[in-house]
Design a protein around this ligand. Sequence first.
Ligand code: URA
Length: 230
Amino acid sequence: MAAAGLGSRRRCEAAIESGRVRVNGRTAELGDRVDVERDRVTVDGIPLEPQQEKKYFLLNKPPGYITTLKDTRGRPTVMELIEEKERLFPVGRLDRDTRGLLLVTNDGYLAHKLMHPSHGIEKTYMVEASGALTPGGLAALRKGIMLEEGKTAPAKVKVIFNRGGRCVLEVAIREGKKRQVRRMCAVVGLEIQDLVRTRLGPLDLKGVEEGSYRALTPNETKDLLELEEE
Ligand code: URA
């Protein structure tokens, strides 16, 4: 399990003890022996694939690319920017016109964990918008905004510029509702002109030019894997 990217031995044992691990459909116990070629091991219902080396890449997504493996309408997808032999997929979603940090991996377990709402990894966006942010609007963004599907959790909002009918904000949220930042801003009278994801948990965009990508460093990978088990 540790080899499949689940973290330290202690964490693997904790997962077994809490009944999250199954071997061939039966709840695993500490000390069970497993043949990775033949036995089917799942954690929270997700199959482990220890024979496959896990890969993690950080892409700086340009605007105009769809975050999907294939687009039925033939539009460019983020995967066209990645030249690797493994079968990779993007973690989560950025709108077509949103730019910035996108994690791409073949680690289904990590992807599932990061996208799960209960996990709540922090995502930071640089927002450039037309409109004036009022004190009431700022307070509402920070407290939670009512959207169709319910109220958003409090966001961290830093005002970088707010003058002459234009503002620049740094917004950090832990949820991932569809077009969340755009819709939150619309409610307080702002129309987003540019939206860039600058951070995802411990990762940031520094040094990666738009349209290019790099592998995560061993330390970044370790931070991500540990974060998933908090
Ligand atoms: N919020 C949005 O509105 N769009 C994104 O792409 C990401 C977050």
